[in-house]
Design a protein. Structure first.
Length: 69
């Protein structure tokens, strides 16, 4: 099933200008509206209702804010 709303389903999809849709659209959990919720990464994951960083399953779980430029 493709929900067309999570990072997993939108991976590789491009907008009409050729840019990756995940780089031009804020991908949010459809249940809680948080970007760091694991369900925003993959619609098959459970919604945590949280926007806390480092959540297991979230694409932001391994992001290091101290080294990001």
């Amino acid at each position: 099933m493709n929900c067309n709303n999570c990072h997993r389903c939108l991976d590789g999809v491009r907008n009409k200008f050729g840019f990756p849709i995940t780089a031009t659209k804020m991908i949010l959990c459809p249940e809680c509206g948080n970007k760091r919720c694991p369900k925003a990464t993959d619609h098959e994951f459970k919604c945590t209702g949280s926007n806390e960083p480092m959540q297991p399953g979230s694409m932001y779980s391994n992001f290091n804010f101290k080294t990001a430029e």
